[in-house]
Design a protein around this ligand. Structure first.
Ligand code: MN
Ligand code: MN
Length: 458
């Protein structure tokens, strides 16, 4: 192929000893973040602690900011803003924003979850985000979340992660008796109301009243003894069911990582580590770790919350400049994953415009569906700006579309940032089996995403 032709670069093919070492050592830190931050609450707390270690201080509205300040805003423990104030004029140069999300598809307990059927105690659930339900049966599950008790105190829950913890479960049929289920479509095989979590099997035989000699009663006794909980406390709880296993290297060569929740912690981690490591940047930088992306970026902790522009207003106010000027000159990387090209399912991808594993950070100019509908379609000029920054800093990147035209589609936080009149583009790591309980990414792409974030902040 001539010099004039466009060709993707395979990172592993190109990498020297030094780069390979950096790729593999960076991945180790990421795996710890994955294992310790499986929900937005845990990921938010983890990143906040990392920021505090780097000298970040809590921000209160009304407080004036000045060059050199490093602050964080913890929004309800689920959404984190990190701001490093630089020396550049924010009205003229704007600020540099990297927005990633820290919520992942999962299965949430309902508010009245407990019931018993034929000596098995279960919890009713309502899934969160776009999952393929059949993938969540017959795997070990952990219970994470928070219970806000009647006295206002909050009980943090994490069961199923410790080696000695029990795990939870959703059952599926044995093949011997699954003929009828096998005839259903994959989407219909397991329904939303079939995602019932197995909780226990031992009845409370010591009960005085015969009608209390149930498995559910025994469960309530355990919950009360261990956590001081009553059944009513589930009403004010957010309990999430997530896969119970840890992140693992995949393949003989360990090139890939399999884990729950790469989408979108695989972009969140590069975002805040790049902020910490790009200490000398003259730009004012804002890293957003958003919640609720998987259900449309709604709510107080989602990207559509006014908090985003409120914080830019606060920066503008500190310098006595119009917020509109700051936003008009700002730039944002919407750091989110893209569908990686999967040779096992070639038919859903268009080969020229797919993001390939280990070919670097993937830029997605537009998302959406049916004629780019619902997409922030980034400007060519903004891509050119990034091309230059990436070339100057040796970042390996590629372009990738979310599947063949009219096969499906998706969205990110990009359009909500762009709505504030901020140049925004999607960039992230290609993922295989996205939204499944065990997603796969390449360590090389993870590292290039980190380098891309650093180049953007330089
Ligand atoms: Mn995502
Ligand atoms: Mn997603």
């Amino acid at each position: 192929m001539s010099e004039r032709a466009y060709k993707r670069t395979n990172v592993y093919e190109k990498a020297d000893e030094k780069l390979l070492g950096d790729i593999f050592s960076y991945a180790e830190g990421y795996k710890v973040f994955l294992d310790e931050g499986k929900t937005e609450r845990e990921a938010c707390a983890w990143a906040k602690n990392a920021a505090i270690e780097k000298g970040y201080k809590p921000y209160k509205f009304g407080q004036k900011l000045k060059a050199g300040d490093k602050v964080y805003y913890d929004n309800r423990g689920k959404n984190l803003y990190l701001i490093k104030v630089g020396s550049a004029n924010i009205a003229e140069e704007g600020i540099r924003i990297i927005a990633a999300h820290i919520d992942s598809p999962r299965i949430d307990l309902k508010q009245v979850p407990l019931y018993e059927s034929d000596n098995i105690a279960f919890a009713k659930t309502h899934y969160y985000g776009g999952i393929r339900k059949y993938q969540w049966a017959a795997i070990p599950l952990a219970l994470h979340g928070a219970v806000a008790l009647a006295d206002g105190s909050v009980l943090n829950v994490k069961i199923g992660e410790d080696e000695n913890d029990p795990v939870f479960y959703i059952s599926d049929l044995l093949p011997h008796l699954a003929a009828k289920q096998n005839a259903k479509t994959l989407g219909e095989g397991i329904g939303g109301e079939d995602l019932n979590i197995w909780l226990g099997n031992i009845p409370y035989t010591a009960a005085k009243d015969d009608k209390d000699k149930t498995v559910k009663e025994n469960l309530l006794k355990i919950l009360n003894e261990k956590y001081g909980m009553k059944e009513e406390d589930f009403l004010s709880a957010e309990l999430c069911v997530v896969p119970a296993y840890k992140a693992k290297d995949i393949g003989f060569d360990r090139a890939l990582i399999g884990a729950y929740g790469h989408d979108d912690r695989v972009c969140a981690y590069p975002a805040f580590t790049a902020l910490f490591d790009e200490e000398q940047s003259k730009h004012t930088v804002m890293v957003v770790l958003a919640d609720k992306e998987e259900i449309g970026s709604e709510g107080t902790t989602g990207m559509q919350s006014a908090l985003f522009t409120d914080l830019i207003d606060a920066l503008a106010f500190s310098y006595g400049v119009p917020s509109a000027a700051v936003r008009a000159n700002s730039k944002c990387l919407s750091a989110d994953v893209n569908a990686g090209y999967d040779p096992n399912y070639k038919e859903v991808s268009e080969p020229l415009n797919s993001a390939y594993l280990s070919c670097g950070a993937g830029i997605t100019k537009f998302t959406g569906a049916r004629g780019k509908s619902g997409s922030n379609d980034a400007d060519a000029e903004f891509i050119s700006f990034l091309r230059k920054a990436f070339a100057e800093n040796g970042v390996i990147w590629q372009t990738g579309e979310m599947g063949r035209v009219d096969v499906g589609g998706g969205g990110t936080v990009a359009k909500y940032v762009a709505k504030a009149n901020i140049d925004t583009i999607d960039i992230g790591v290609p993922v295989i089996s996205m939204h499944s309980p065990f997603e796969v990414i390449s360590k090389a792409d993870l590292y290039e995403a980190y380098l891309a974030c650093r180049a953007f902040l330089k």
